[in-house]
Design a protein around this ligand. Structure first.
Ligand code: ASP
Length: 342
């Protein structure tokens, strides 16, 4: 199973970690020391963000551009057929179609996005082209596909035999129930409590050697979603927001909750008002929980943030949200703090 390999990779990486420039190496507030801006830096959601970070780091460490770095980084899980929540091999909607959402943004508010895109392995690259080549921010569905094909992308079947098998298994009950921290559980539909893998996303935030901020977010969204459903991930301000004057934020989890709170934008605005990254993430998580505490017990949302000084932090509704950090001094996966601790 892929998670087995990821864990091995994680263990190996932890053993080889360089000296850490953090106040605490474990726990919820792994912020770099005040005033230290150990840049470039790249951070991303979940432990599988480590492999993506390493790809982004190749570009950042040689002085490359932040958007090239985050694009290259998130292309790693997009191309990974064993990752069932991003790109190729993503679990399909309830009709058996894999539909992808992605967006990219820099600190000067340049941004591009695609949603409900089918048959293209790298939606993040299409989103970047929307930003660079069109007067628009967002293209969806058929129009996004047309744009991709006109720009040389090839149509591919994204439904792998494994994902198709999981979908057919799901069809037997057709039960839709999100599973908290499904990302950290064994990815076997038959062995999961409450049904197969439901959701997961890579959100990546970075600062390059020139101090330019950027971020990318890409996902196949909620598994077994209704046809046409779009989550938070491709929505600027929901799944991703970057403003070089304040900071950057991204999210993973139940997108509907993030959309209604304009989650990533809210996190960035809190940092602009002086909140540290983890505190900003916590305040938005609290807004989501406060709306319906009982309901929040059954759903997961996590935010990850990086401020303009290079400080980072994260917070989630439930325990188990992890994130990966890479700069010259840190190569590590952290546990985010959480509202509920059990
Ligand atoms: N936020 C994504 C969505 O709702 C999925 C996830 O991150 O779990 O589409």
């Amino acid at each position: 199973m892929i998670m087995f390999h990821r864990r091995k990779f994680l263990q190996a990486s932890l053993l080889s970690s360089a000296s850490l420039l953090v106040k605490r190496t474990m726990g919820a507030v792994p912020e770099v020391e005040e005033g230290k801006t150990d840049q470039p830096i790249v951070i991303s959601t979940w432990d599988f963000g480590q492999a993506a970070n390493m790809e982004a780091w190749k570009i950042l460490s040689r002085g490359g551009d932040v958007l090239d770095a985050v694009e290259a980084g998130v292309k790693v899980p997009e191309a990974d057929a064993d990752n069932h929540t991003v790109g190729l091999g993503g679990y399909p909607d309830r009709d058996g179609k894999v539909t992808l959402d992605a967006c990219i943004m820099d600190g000067h508010l340049n941004c591009g996005s695609v949603a409900f895109l089918e048959n293209i392995v790298h939606p993040i690259s299409v989103a970047k082209l929307v930003m660079e080549k069109t007067p628009h921010v967002m293209l969806v569905g058929e129009g996004a596909l047309q744009f991709a094909l006109a720009n040389g992308f090839k149509k591919e079947n994204l439904l792998t035999p494994e994902s198709e098998k999981a979908w057919k298994e799901w069809l037997k009950t057709s039960k839709y129930s999100p599973v908290i921290n499904i990302e950290n559980q064994k990815k076997d539909p038959n062995q999961l409590p409450g049904g197969p893998l439901n959701h997961d996303t890579i959100g990546m935030l970075a600062i390059d050697a020139t101090g330019k901020m950027g971020g990318a977010c890409t996902t196949s969204g909620a598994a077994w979603k209704m046809r046409g459903r779009v989550g938070d991930s491709p929505i600027i301000g929901a799944g991703l927001y970057v403003d070089g004057d304040a900071g950057a934020a991204t999210s993973s989890g139940l997108g509907e909750e993030v959309i209604r709170t304009c989650g990533s934008h809210a996190v960035v605005e809190l940092m602009r008002s002086g909140a540290k990254p983890e505190e900003a993430c916590r305040k938005v998580v609290e807004r989501i929980v406060k709306r319906d505490v009982e309901r929040a017990k059954g759903l997961q949302v996590g935010f990850l943030a990086l401020d303009k000084k290079g400080r980072f932090g994260a917070y989630a509704i439930h325990k188990g949200f992890t994130y990966s950090v890479k700069n010259a001094g840190i190569e590590k996966v952290f546990q985010a703090g959480s509202y509920f601790n059990s």
